[in-house]
Design a protein around this ligand. Structure first.
Ligand code: SF4
Length: 342
């Protein structure tokens, strides 16, 4: 344990200085990190890959280059710009946090104060404090969980092992360059200590890795088998009139809250058919469906098409400009299927 504690951080930091990934939100060596860019990237990267986030981050900071610009934006624009990145409450929280930061004249600099901003969870607060302000915090994301589980060959399955992983990550974190250390572990997890087939022969901390010593590093982290998610059914309605399609804005709170979406009826255990269809036109069901996985359930959407009179309540959006509506992924996919099948 002592050898790990004293050796892993220097070896990883040395490796990081030579192999760090060049990412658009990272400060170049010698530059001061920008807390706004660190924060936006960390929120975007939760549950989303670096490849997806790269262009989205670049477009975001081109549109809102600093926290003041984001604070001054309309919430609907922010929500639309987030479309496809999932967990839309994050976008609403980011907007609220931007307003708080702009009103205070700048970002707070400590993990504890960052944690008090709307929607800034434990992970984001720790990451921003470490990376932007070099506070010694313990940053644990999925990459860190994997690397630490392997370094210690943690036999307890996730998520039960989380408290032990956190303690181990804390012991490995150096007093200086905590932000670089966090990014080094993230980079190692993304490029060398990958989920499948870790490239141990390239690893700078192989000499202290218990999982490597077992000969089966890919067995870690041990995971609890995932429970089957229940399935729900719904119907997405494509109501068209004069080159426009009817969209509804979803209620502000709850799943996909505040987002524009195709009208749907209830989401239920059995297919709800035409329940709560907007307008009273002759609806026609398409033969195909669209599936989408949310965190706690899977949704199967039946697809219904009809033509409206143009006075049904909602927003009549030009079909040719539907990409600009910022539909969440499930409705974007339903809209594509409905457009091609109508
Ligand atoms: Fe991961 Fe292999 Fe390095 Fe251990 S030796 S940390 S399993 S890449």
């Amino acid at each position: 344990m002592d050898a790990k504690r004293s050796s892993v951080a220097p070896a990883l930091l040395d490796w990081y200085d030579r192999h760090r990934r060049d990412l658009p939100w990272r400060a170049k060596p010698g530059e001061m990190p920008d807390p706004y860019r660190v924060w936006v990237s960390e929120v975007m990267l939760q549950q989303t890959t670096v490849a997806t986030v790269r262009p989205r981050f670049t477009a975001w900071v081109a549109r809102w280059p600093d926290v003041g610009a984001l604070a001054a934006a309309q919430e609907a624009e922010v929500m639309a710009a987030w479309a496809g990145l999932g967990y839309y409450a994050r976008a609403r929280n980011m907007h609220a946090a931007a307003k708080a930061v702009a009103a205070a004249g700048g970002f707070p600099r400590t993990e504890a104060e960052l944690r008090m901003l709307p929607g800034l969870g434990a992970y984001t607060a720790a990451a921003v404090a470490a990376i932007a302000f070099d506070e010694r915090t313990v940053v644990v994301d999925a990459n860190v969980e994997r690397v630490v589980s392997r370094l210690h060959a943690v036999a307890t399955p996730l998520p039960r092992s989380r408290p032990a992983i956190r303690i181990a990550a804390d012991m490995l974190t150096p007093d200086m360059r905590a932000g670089d250390f966090a990014q080094a572990v993230m980079d190692l997890g993304a490029t060398v200590c990958t989920p499948k087939r870790p490239r141990c022969l390239l690893c700078p901390v192989r000499g202290w890795c218990d999982a490597y010593a077992t000969g089966e590093p890919g067995r870690y982290p041990v995971k609890q088998p995932r429970a089957e998610r229940p399935r729900r059914h719904g119907t997405a309605f494509w109501l068209e009139h004069g080159g426009r399609v009817l969209l509804h804005r979803r209620p502000p709170r709850g799943l996909l809250g505040g987002m524009l979406a195709l009208p749907t009826g209830p989401w239920a255990q059995e297919p709800p058919g035409f329940a709560n269809a907007p307008g009273a036109t002759g609806w026609r069901m398409l033969p195909n469906t669209v599936e989408h996985g949310f965190t706690h359930f899977r949704l199967r959407l039946a697809l219904a098409v009809g033509s409206g009179a143009g006075h049904e309540e909602g927003e009549w959006w030009p079909i040719a400009a539907l990409d600009g509506a910022g539909l969440p992924t499930v409705f974007r996919r339903a809209a594509e299927a409905l457009r091609s099948g109508r």
